[in-house]
Every structure is written in structure tokens, then in C-alpha cells.
Design a protein around this ligand. Structure first.
Ligand code: SF4
Ligand code: SF4
Length: 465
């Protein structure tokens, strides 16, 4: 596609709506089949589609296109349609109350807490193995988005509430694509209206409350809706390639809430699975002497053991990154750089290690369950959209032997480690001007990154035993 055609496509008023429309239909089918279809995860279209196709596409998209899922997500779009009373056109009167989001909550803390709850529900109650819970989750998110965006201005739900926003936004920093202002001088000296943020008579301002012509210097919140491409009167917004992960080291003001969220996402990918594999059976048997037993998933000893191990895994990861930031500071010998600064900077550099672990978990899942996709689609078509028919046989396709999958997984984890080390090295040069001090600051954190990757390699290897 030529550059001018691509620009014309991005400039279409209904660009986002045309992309959201098919995903809205698919999510409606997923919802129906999850709610009333076969209550079995392997033969239900809703669970297979959500946890293999959607989750897989989401993880892979981070690497190339950042928050591209948010561009086509119907849940966020529903909130926006309710608020604006329009599908894409600029309407003068909407239904929303347009309140400003509370100042104290303009951060990633609530979304990080909700992401922990989301992952815990999956681990404790097997959400991804339950069509009903999967449908319930989608319904709750859709209603939540509609309500929050009805009360508050712009996409408050997508920016501050969605349980996936911290996870998606932080991983989008790794992307090889970015949307930014082209020429800062034009924005500063020749643009009085700042339409990319405020909007104008024909176009909306940024729905994510970002200012792409100014303060926005990362992919954290940009959902690639292209509204600013259309609203900028100077054609000064560009979608361009960049070195993958550039935001990790080049962001101007890394924030503590983002750094904390980055470490929590890292913990949920690496240390928490390790702790669960190593200690869950023992912790459960200790607690079964103290608590009444139940039937899974409502088994109090198992639920309490999982909650405790989650807290221990997350706390241990935060502690490790903090202690290694102290070591980094001591090794560099630069008293002018605070430990908190190093923690905040280096936490972002650890993101590729968590992302690669999420990707390798998916790889194993997809290579085993990919064959089920045609079975569930066949089952769905036989009884559309209720999906109450069991296919006569289920295909289990092992596309690769477990050891070959393991080799691929290790290679992917090492790629994440390399990306992380590259970001750490560049950060160390930003934090310390002196090259020797920068290298001394880099070494301890590089050691921690290596240990975390080895923890993941060990945890995956346990599945082979
Ligand atoms: S509207 Fe365009 S020129 Fe003006 S600040 Fe935004 S990106 Fe820059
Ligand atoms: S910066 Fe532009 S593309 Fe990104 S969310 Fe805002 S309006 Fe959409």
C-alpha cells in the first residue's frame, strides 16, 4: 500500500468504527456461546476463541503495534458510543455527564490492582477454563465501560479502570511502532488550537486524554485510534517505525505507578508461577489441617494457599527489584542518584522479560490446542449462536513434540532477556554520565534479569518432568 493510500485510510472518519464492527459481532457470538453453549472449555467457541485466539493475538500485537487491540476493542467502543451518542461522527450533544476523572485516581494503581484480581481469578477459579466465567467477565467489562464512560469524560474506563490497561499499556512500550507529533516546532510555534487534544468542529480530541503534539512520549496510553491524525490541522502526526522497546529507555519522566505496575506484571509472569509450581501442593496440605475442605474450585485451603502465594510472589519480586536497585546505586558509587530513581527506571527495562514469559506460555497452549479451533467453530455453526452441540470428535494436534516446544520457549525467553539488557544498558548511560559508573550500575540489574529468566526456564522445564 502506498503512503498516500495508507494516509487516506487512516484519515477516514469511520476508520475505527469499521474495525470495531467485526470484533463487536465476534465478541457478541463469544458472549452467547460462553453464556449458554456447552459448559466445557475445550468444545466451547467462547473459551477457545477468547483464551487462544484473542489472548494470543493480543500478546503478539504488543511486539509490533502496541495497543492495537484497544483500537478494535468493542468494550471500550461501547462506552464511547454511549457517551457520545454517535458511532464515529462528531456530535454536538452526547449522553455522558462529562465529569473529570478524580485527580487522586489519575494513575495506574487501580488498574494494577484489578489486573492482579483478574490473574488471581484465573489461577484460583480457572476463569479461562470456564465458558460461564468467561462470558461473565466480558459482560462485567462491557457494563463497566458503559457506566464509567457515561459518568466521566473521554475514555476514562480504558485509561484508568480496565483490568488490562496497565498490562497492555506497559507491554506496548516494547512495540516497534509509534504514533507521535512529527515536528515539535510546528506544535509549539504554529499551532494555537491544539486540536489533537481538544478536538474541533469535525473531529474529536484524543479520547485517551493524551497530547500527541506535546507531552505524549510513550505508547502507554495511545490506542492508535488515529483521531489526532484527522484532527491535526497541520498534518503533523506520524505513524512510524522505531527501534523496538525505545520507550523503555527514552521516556522523559518514568512514573512510580507505572514502574510498580511493571514489576507486578513481571511478578505475575515469572516469580508467582514459580512459587505456585514449587509450593502450592505443600501450602494447600498445610492449610487443609486448618480450614474445611470444599469441592474445586471452591476449596478454601487451595484458595487461601493460592492467595498467600500470590502475595508472597508479588512482594518478593518488588523486594528483589528494590534491593537490586540499592546494589546498583552502591556499585555506581553515585550518591546523587536516588534508589527510587533507579527502581523506577530499571523496572520499565524488565518489561520484556515478563512479556516473553507470557508469550512462551501461550506458545505451549497454542501448539497443543490450535486444532480445537476448527472443532469449536464446527460445533458453533451446527447450532449458531447457542453452541450447544458437542462435536463428534475433538482434534488434539501436537504441532511439535514437548521438548521442541521447550527449546523454542527458551529461545523466546532469551530474546526477551536481550531486549531487557539492551534497555538497561541504555538507561544506565542516561542515569550516569560516567561510562564506568554506568556499567557498574548496569551489572547488578543485568544479573537480576538473568536470574528471573532462569526462573522462567526452570518453571517451564517442570512441565516436562
Ligand atoms: S494539533 Fe497538530 S500541530 Fe497542533 S499540537 Fe497537535 S499535533 Fe501539533
Ligand atoms: S494519541 Fe492519537 S491515536 Fe493515540 S489515542 Fe490519542 S487520538 Fe488516538
Amino acid at each position: 500500500m502506498t503512503r498516500s493510500r495508507a494516509r487516506a485510510l487512516l484519515g477516514l472518519h469511520a476508520f475505527q468504527f469499521l474495525l470495531v464492527l467485526p470484533t463487536t459481532v465476534i465478541v457478541a457470538v463469544v458472549l452467547a456461546s460462553g453464556a449458554v453453549g456447552m459448559d466445557h472449555p475445550s468444545v466451547n467457541f467462547g473459551t477457545v476463541f477468547t483464551w487462544v485466539v484473542w489472548w494470543g493475538t493480543l500478546l503478539v500485537s504488543f511486539v509490533i503495534l502496541g495497543r492495537a487491540w484497544c483500537l478494535v476493542c468493542p468494550l471500550g467502543a461501547i462506552g464511547e458510543w454511549v457517551q457520545r451518542l454517535s458511532l464515529w461522527w462528531r456530535s454536538s450533544a452526547g449522553a455522558g455527564l462529562g465529569l473529570r476523572w478524580p485527580k487522586r485516581l489519575r494513575n495506574l494503581w487501580p488498574a494494577t490492582a484489578l489486573f492482579v484480581v483478574f490473574i488471581f481469578l484465573d489461577n484460583a477459579y480457572g476463569m479461562s477454563n470456564s465458558p460461564r466465567l468467561t462470558a461473565g467477565l466480558i459482560a462485567v467489562l462491557a457494563l463497566g465501560a458503559a457506566w464509567v464512560d457515561f459518568v466521566f469524560e473521554r475514555r476514562a474506563f480504558c485509561r484508568y479502570v480496565c483490568p488490562l490497561t496497565a498490562f497492555i499499556g506497559l507491554n506496548a512500550l516494547v512495540s516497534a511502532f509509534e504514533l507521535r507529533g512529527r515536528d515539535p516546532d510546528v506544535c509549539r510555534d504554529r499551532c494555537a488550537t491544539k486540536d489533537c487534544f481538544r478536538g474541533n468542529r469535525r473531529h474529536w480530541g484524543c479520547p485517551m486524554s493524551e497530547f500527541p503534539g506535546g507531552a505524549m512520549d510513550t505508547n502507554l496510553y495511545c490506542i492508535l485510534c488515529t483521531e489526532c491524525v484527522k484532527s491535526c490541522p497541520h498534518g503533523n502526526i506520524a505513524l512510524r517505525w522505531r527501534p523496538p522497546g525505545r520507550d523503555l529507555w527514552a521516556m522523559r519522566k518514568p512514573r512510580t505507578d507505572g514502574a510498580f505496575a511493571a514489576v507486578i506484571v513481571l511478578a505475575l509472569a515469572t516469580v508467582v508461577p514459580f512459587v505456585m509450581v514449587a509450593f502450592l501442593p505443600r501450602a494447600r496440605s498445610v492449610l487443609s489441617g486448618l480450614l474445611p475442605a470444599g469441592t474445586p474450585p471452591n476449596d478454601p485451603p487451595r484458595l487461601v494457599a493460592a492467595a498467600l502465594l500470590f502475595a508472597i510472589g508479588a512482594g518478593a519480586t518488588l523486594g528483589l527489584v528494590w534491593i537490586w536497585s540499592c546494589l546498583s546505586r552502591a556499585a555506581a558509587g553515585d550518591r546523587t542518584v536516588a534508589t527510587r530513581t533507579l527502581f523506577t527506571r530499571y523496572a520499565y527495562a524488565l518489561i520484556p522479560i515478563g512479556l516473553s514469559k507470557f508469550l512462551v506460555d501461550l506458545l505451549d497452549h497454542a501448539l497443543r490446542t490450535w486444532g480445537a479451533l476448527s472443532d469449536v467453530t464446527r460445533a458453533l455453526l451446527l447450532d449458531f449462536p447457542l453452541n450447544r452441540v458437542m462435536p463428534d470428535r475433538l482434534t488434539v494436534v501436537h504441532l511439535l513434540a514437548p521438548t521442541s516446544v521447550y527449546v523454542l520457549q527458551v529461545a523466546l525467553l532469551l530474546a526477551g532477556l536481550v531486549l531487557s539488557l539492551n534497555a538497561m544498558h541504555r538507561i544506565s548511560l542516561r542515569v550516569s554520565r560516567d561510562h564506568r559508573a554506568a556499567f557498574a550500575s548496569f551489572l547488578p540489574m543485568a544479573g537480576l534479569a538473568l536470574v528471573l529468566s532462569l526462573v522462567s526456564i526452570w518453571t517451564l522445564g517442570m512441565g516436562l518432568v
